[in-house]
Design a protein around this ligand. Structure first.
Ligand SMILES: Nc1ncnc2c1ncn2[C@@H]1O[C@H](COP(=O)(O)OP(=O)(O)OP(=O)(O)O)[C@@H](O)[C@H]1O
Length: 205
């Protein structure tokens, strides 16, 4: 369903990678590995269409994503390295706002349920500026609880999380794969998901 062929990435004066390709089908997860600066985030941004490859092509359901445009983005959930939450808003307000901006408004009950799932029960109404780093990451990740888009692209989802939260996020990803979803993620730690099959792609080697 998602195919990349012969991708090349140039940043400034540097060629970060070339000749990168993979194929990912329903129920599969691609774990991007590589040293700091090897180009993992750059590759994720390329897959989302946020930057164009210097060479190569990305295809979704057999068609070039560059041509699909909005049709492809409607099937995509991208969670960046930064949390993209507003510090002055509460977790509940952040979650409701981001869902509305994504064009898929969330009922308040579902938002509260998502916040409880990510371990933020009792913190729903506190401005995010008062949360710890790991709790802020949980706010960003709460989107995934009710997310049903086919392709999840997650940049270091586990960063700042404790062991229990890593397990919880791995569970969400596993359930997504079990429903026939696809996921591409970067992480510097082992990926343990109970369902689906895991492929690895290492940049810089
Ligand atoms: N717009 C840009 N202009 C110049 N260089 C850039 C630009 N964007 C990224 N880079 C450089 O490209 C390299 C790869 O960055 P990238 O964030 O993709 O790496 P990464 O593998 O995700 O690293 P990390 O593991 O540290 O998150 C870095 O050296 C970075 O400084």
């Amino acid at each position: 369903m998602l195919e990349a062929s012969n991708l090349e990435c140039v940043r400034g004066e540097r060629r970060l990678f070339a000749g990168v390709g993979f194929r990912l089908d329903a129920g599969e997860l691609l774990s991007l590995q590589g040293a700091n600066g090897s180009g993992k985030t750059s590759l994720l941004r390329m897959l989302c269409g946020l930057t164009a490859p210097a060479a190569g092509e990305i295809r979704w359901r057999g068609q070039a994503t560059a041509k699909l445009g909005g049709e492809f983005r409607a099937e995509l959930c991208y969670l960046g390295h930064h949390n993209a939450i507003k510090e002055e808003l509460t977790p509940l307000e952040n979650l409701l706002t981001s869902a509305r901006l994504a064009g898929e408004p969330l009922a308040e009950d579902n938002a509260l349920d998502a916040l409880e799932t990510v371990g933020l029960a009792g913190r729903e109404d506190l401005a995010c500026r008062y949360l710890s780093q790991g709790q802020k990451r949980r706010v960003a990740l709460a989107r995934l609880v009710h997310e049903r888009r086919a392709l999840w692209i997650l940049d270091e989802p586990y960063v700042a999380l404790d062991v229990a939260a890593v397990d919880m996020v791995a569970g969400l990803i596993g359930a997504h794969l079990q429903r026939g979803g696809l996921a591409v993620l970067t992480t510097h730690q082992p990926v343990a998901v109970a369902a689906g099959s895991i492929r690895e792609l290492r940049l810089g080697s």
